[in-house]
Ligand binder design. Structure first.
Ligand code: NAG
Ligand code: NAG
Ligand code: NAG
Length: 979
């Protein structure tokens, strides 16, 4: 095979995944201390500088551990070298003192996947993590801690000890100094906002959460994430100072309502100056930067977030960071995920797709994925950037067009400059022509010099370079952007790209002749040993040969299709850190190339295809003579299973309102005191569910009273966080519901009572949809302690009520260690475990959720679905609910797939109707148990039914992804004491 020839993609022997083995070090010798170092410019690993280009990934939002490697390979293919991840305390210590991080919660599998993919890791164990999770990651039982959360209160600190020591020991074992992938550890998260009783940061507290990982053996640098970029805890600030200061920024905030909401003057130009002010001796580190947006109830949804944070955003807003010489960047998030199993916080719904470059369902069709890949790949081969500093940024020094702002970055040693250009008014849609004056080793040069002028087309940004080393040749300048370059034994390949129809010019210091090998002609001139060429970007690519240098001139859309998988190496740089010129191949292959390796003379690629694709090897070591790819060209097929037509079994799910229901095993509401000062208690006993260990999902209360006869009204306050709902019964008489809206977190409702007889006993039953705990962003307010459940009542003129409460069966002694402390809530079928596969349904009535229930109440439905999806394909699968036409009947659904709660659907609160179920949770080749609770909040005899439910498959992608094994999903076993 001659390289450069186009191969139509055909099936060949399947290629094994390129994996990188790390030889474990002898633990006796102790960890190496100096593997990760840094100076004022950048980090070095094993003595090699790099730009830490990282994406945030939440393994805990993907409870199918084999999908982690799949996603990590997609991240690696972007050109990133690092993944940052949080550990969720609340999911691994649901019961105080009981640390349980096995199965889907096992972070050792994260370390393994990162090692296989060749990515470094930044660990962010908290203890507070925020990240739109229940309590911001604090376990529910923190509601009972008296001291202020995230302060030096001794009981709060003591509560963190077990988790921090256990989790940090695991992280310590996986440090790079021990042969693992972890290079940095962040202490706390967004410890930046103070309110109420706390007026400012407490260095003692921050020091405590730095000392915890140090005590557990963490030797890599410790970093911070200051939400306000105010220099808190930066080096030199005393107690609580970290090694490397970091901050986060979300320039367009959350919500995704306004796609064009680029507010004039709002692009921050001062990141570099702020960095020099707060932390001049450490690399410029951004611990989180917006690359997607979380979306709340009734927002337009994630397709809008994807548009608001699209490839144009990536071009203009990310490039502004490079103009600020950022040397460690973590994009939040590189991938979406799912708020399965009640792990989210109330304001956001089940999907946590974020409009990220890797969607919640694992697809990478967004142009943002492709655009970000162009950027990360450039920095991988541009070592001059790693020590470059900002020289000047203005609208006059470099261009003749004062509408444009140019920032020059210079690396003193190599003389390489980067010029980042954008409109001064970054939101401008103008098409601006310009000439650029470059400060080169051969004096100032105005480009283009041969013909035409440069163009900045609307909201756009570009990186021009001068004195840029490409192997043993120097690019005196290029106005076209660099995708990559590689030096092989027989040639050097350089790939340049530009936006559609743009004029570009590049100059190479070389005396060789220029040959046009393919494509439209270029203008050229050679003088003084400098070869200048000028062209117009075209979809027809041009290939030039100058000596042993091959230059590819592409348009940006074509550049998107190029991948540069690193070849495994036994030496340093297992993670692709041998930046500058890591051994790699350049392949044009469309959708995704996951990895490459060479065996003998065969280049083995592992790749995915979403369409019939021509695969072309642009650059590879000369020993490569043949190509092998894992599978076959793609077909496009759609599959759809109408789950609504499956045979469903139905069971009443609210026996609690029946006269003979026995609540003797329920927890008595008998506490007279609480440590919770977030709200004042004005009931005789403390009613908050968290006091009794019930923190997750549906909550139920039963209140017994003996009537005086004068009770005509019940005023009752229920609290479940944003979008919550509640229903109330007196005996089996429905009193009414709070239907929920986007903002109401707690609601008092006065219900009329049917007439009650003096001296007779009655019971009030309350069902509450608890959407999780508030986060705890502002230290000093303890918003996490905002209680859930019944939080106030007045019956008649003050008739006493004896309350009982239940939530998930066992409370903090949760029943299902496999699915963790939050997966199941307190509804009757959940307490019985019927949401798990194989509930005892054989003698239940046949009834589908599309038949539903009549009148208010809660119903449980279950069915089994057999799937037989082909191997070798990546096929996203969703459970899709139809939303009634307006105005919808009010109902709420919880969806369980093989026992895992994978969705909360509210008929009256959008926008989500489609719920992705990851492979591994869903058995793609076998039986699946689907279960639903359906809660009607409609009175009278209204029949409430699902308008439709189906299992839908997205576009199949022919894949070389690692096999996804089934996640252990234990079936139902009788729970002896369940009530
Ligand atoms: C109040 O907090 C203290 C210290 O955190 C704890 O020992 C005590 O058990 C708590 N009391 C309640 C009622 O939760
Ligand atoms: C295939 O993926 C590309 C991005 O790589 C995308 O632009 C295209 O729409 C996808 N095609 C299908 C059929 O999904
Ligand atoms: C499912 O049922 C609906 C109506 O009950 C019917 O229109 C549809 O054709 C059925 N689908 C299948 C696959 O049987």
């Amino acid at each position: 095979m001659r390289l450069g020839t186009v191969l139509h993609f055909i099936a060949l022997a399947s290629a094994a995944l390129a994996s990188f083995t790390i030889s474990p070090r002898d633990p006796e010798s102790g960890p190496l201390q100096d593997v990760v170092t840094y100076d004022a410019d950048s980090f070095s690993i094993n003595g090699e500088r790099l730009f830490i280009f990282s994406g945030e990934y939440a393994p805990f939002r993907h409870p199918s551990p084999d999908t982690w490697l799949d996603d990590f390979q997609k991240i690696k293919a972007l050109g990133f070298n690092t993944v940052s991840f949080y550990v969720p305390w609340f999911l691994v210590e649901g019961k105080p003192g009981d640390f349980n991080a096995e199965g889907v919660f096992d972070i050792r599998s994260v370390f393994e996947a990162a090692t296989k993919a060749g990515l470094y890791l930044i660990a962010r164990p908290g203890p507070y993590i925020h990240t739109e999770t229940s309590g911001g990651g604090l376990p529910g039982w923190m509601q009972r801690v008296k001291g202020l959360l995230r302060t030096s209160a001794p009981d709060y600190l003591a509560a963190t000890n077990n988790y921090m020591s256990r989790v940090c020991e695991l992280i310590a074992e996986a440090q790079i100094t021990n042969g693992g992938p972890v290079i940095l550890v962040q202490a706390e998260n967004e410890y930046s906002e103070f309110d109420g009783e706390v007026t400012g940061p407490d260095g003692g507290y921050m020091q405590y959460v730095i000392d915890q990982p140090r005590a557990a053996g963490i030797v890599v640098p410790i970093t911070s994430n200051d939400a306000h970029n105010n220099g808190l805890n930066a080096p030199g600030t005393g107690a609580g100072e970290v090694d490397v200061y970091g901050y986060d920024q979300y320039p367009i905030g959350v919500g995704c309502w306004n796609l064009d909401d680029w507010v004039p003057g709002q692009l921050n130009d001062s990141y570099w100056a702020t960095h020099l002010r707060f932390s001049p001796n450490t690399p410029h580190l951004i611990a989180e930067f917006q690359a997607g947006t979380a979306s709340g109830w009734n927002d337009p949804g994630y397709s809008y977030c994807a548009q608001a944070n699209d490839e144009v955003f990536a071009r203009v807003i990310f490039k502004n960071l490079y103009a600020s010489a950022v040397k460690s960047l973590n994009l939040y998030s590189v991938a979406g995920g799912t708020n399965w199993g009640n792990l989210g916080y109330p304001d956001f719904y089940t999907s946590y797709d974020l409009g990220a470059m890797i969607a919640e369902d694992g697809t990478i069709t967004s142009e943002k994925y492709a655009e970000t890949k162009l950027q990360a790949q450039f920095f991988k081969v541009s070592p001059a950037y790693y020590s470059a500093r900002q020289v000047k940024a203005d609208t006059t020094s470099f261009t003749n067009n004062s509408a444009l702002r140019v920032t020059q970055l210079l690396d003193q040693d190599s003389e390489t400059s980067l010029y980042v250009i954008r409109h001064d008014a970054y939101e401008s849609r103008a098409v601006s022509q310009y000439h650029l004056e470059l400060h080169t080793s051969r004096g100032n040069i105005v480009v283009p010099s041969l013909d035409g002028s440069l163009t900045l087309n609307g909201p756009d940004s570009k990186i021009h370079v001068s004195d840029y080393q490409v192997g043993n040749k120097k690019l005196l300048y290029s106005t076209a952007e660099i995708l990559t370059w590689k030096k092989y034994d027989d040639k050097t390949v350089l790939i340049l790209y530009g936006g559609p129809g743009e004029t570009h010019e590049a100059a190479i210091i070389s005396k060789s002749k220029l040959r046009v090998i393919a494509g439209p002609n270029v203008l050229s001139r050679s003088s003084d040993g400098v070869f200048v060429f000028n062209w117009k970007t075209s979809t027809d690519r041009t290939v030039l040969q100058i000596g042993d240098l091959q230059v590819y001139l592409l348009d940006r859309n074509s550049a998107y299709q190029y991948f540069i998988p690193l070849l495994p190496t036994k030496s340093r740089g297992e993670y692709g850190s041998s930046e500058g010129n890591p051994e790699a191949v350049i392949v044009k292959a469309g959708y995704l190339v996951r990895s490459a390796r060479i065996s003998g003379s065969v280049l083995q690629l592992t790749a995915d295809f979403n369409a019939t694709t021509e695969v072309e090897v642009i650059g590879a070591p000369p020993r490569v003579k043949k190509l092998a790819i894992n599978g076959q060209a793609a077909r496009t097929t759609k599959t759809k299973a109408d789950v609504g037509n499956a045979t469903w079994k139905h069971h009443n799910a609210l026996p609690e309102i029946q006269p003979d229901y026995d609540d003797s095993k329920w927890t008595k509401v008998d506490r007279l005191e609480t440590n919770n000062t977030f709200v004042t208690v004005d009931t005789p006993t403390v009613l908050f569910a968290g006091e009794y260990g019930y923190h997750t999902g549906y909550l139920l209360y039963r209140g017994h009273f003996t009537a005086k006869g004068d009770e005509t009204k019940l005023n009752i306050t229920t609290s479940g966080g944003a979008a919550f709902g509640s229903s109330v019964w007196l005996n089996d008489t429905y009193l009414g519901s709070w239907h929920g809206d986007v903002w109401t977190r707690s609601r008092a409702v006065v219900y009329d009572l049917p007439s009650v007889e003096a001296g007779k006993s009655y019971v009030i039953t309350v069902l509450i949809d608890n959407n999780g705990y508030e986060m705890n962003f502002a230290v000093g307010v303890d918003s996490m302690k905002s209680p859930r459940g019944v939080t106030g009542f007045l019956l008649g003129n003050g008739t006493n009520i004896d309350w009982k409460v239940t939530g998930n069966f066992g409370g903090e002694d949760y029943q299902d260690p496999v699915r963790g402390p939050r997966n199941e809530g307190g509804s009757f079928p959940e307490r019985q475990g019927w949401h798990q596969p194989n509930p005892p349904s054989s003698d239940w009535e046949d009834r589908a959720p599309t038949t539903g229930l009549t009148g208010p109440g809660l119903s449980f439905f279950t069915t089994n679905i057999d799937l037989d999806l082909p191997r070798g394909w990546s096929i996203p699968v969703y459970v899709k609910f139809n939303r009634d036409t307006t105005p919808p009947l009010k109902y709420r659904v919880q969806l369980f797939v093989n026992g895992w709660q994978f969705g909360k659907f509210n008929s009256n609160l959008g926008p989500q109707t489609t719920f992705p179920i990851p492979e591994g949770i869903l058995n793609y080749r076998g039986k699946n148990a689907i279960a639903l609770t359906l809660w009607s909040l409609e009175g009278g005899n209204t029949r409430v039914a699902l308008d439709g439910i189906s299992l839908v498959a997205g576009t199949p992608v022919r894949t070389g992804k690692p096999e996804v094994r089934l996640v252990d999903s234990p079936g139902w076993t009788e729970r002896g004491n369940a009530y």
